[in-house]
Design a binder for this molecule. Structure first.
Ligand SMILES: [Zn+2]
Length: 144
């Protein structure tokens, strides 16, 4: 059910996307200044596939356990595009039409943000319900 991602095609697209970004990932910053080193590009693609595979496995596990909501947690060095995902809440499936479905992980090939389980207990500890999240997915980040 999961299609393999064409990382080299994505790297080509993201290289253009990162032109002019304030904080592109280091590998892309180097490529934008000096062009792609084929070995660095292969390493990036391999690392992206490995991270994507781990995230797919974790999402499958969450789905089997009946998890409905996830939050995306940033890695320390996520780029200026991916950082907008930080702390946002996503639905696992189509049971929460007011929430976006989680994006395919990772968003860009270089960043290593992760999905995390978001439980009703955690929400209630913040005084929130799912309905509170419907209007704005960044509400949890605002609270952190
Ligand atoms: Zn990124």
């Amino acid at each position: 059910m999961t299609e393999a991602r064409d990382w080299h095609a994505e790297i080509t697209r993201w290289t253009e996307r990162f032109r002019g970004e304030p904080r592109p990932p280091a590998a892309f910053a180097a490529a934008l200044s000096d062009g792609w080193d084929p070995a660095a590009r292969d390493a990036l693609a391999a690392g992206a596939e490995e991270h994507a595979r781990h995230q797919r496995g974790f999402l499958e596990q969450l789905r089997r356990e009946g998890c409905e909501l996830v939050r995306i947690d940033m890695a320390d060095d996520d780029c200026s595009v991916c950082e907008d995902l930080g702390g946002k809440v996503f639905a696992m499936d189509d049971d929460h039409p007011d929430l976006p479905r989680h994006p395919t992980m990772p968003l860009c090939p270089a960043c290593r943000h992760r999905v995390n389980l978001l439980t009703p207990f955690f929400l209630s500890s913040l005084g929130l319900t799912v309905d509170d999240l419907a209007g704005g997915t960044d509400i949890l980040r605002d609270l952190e």
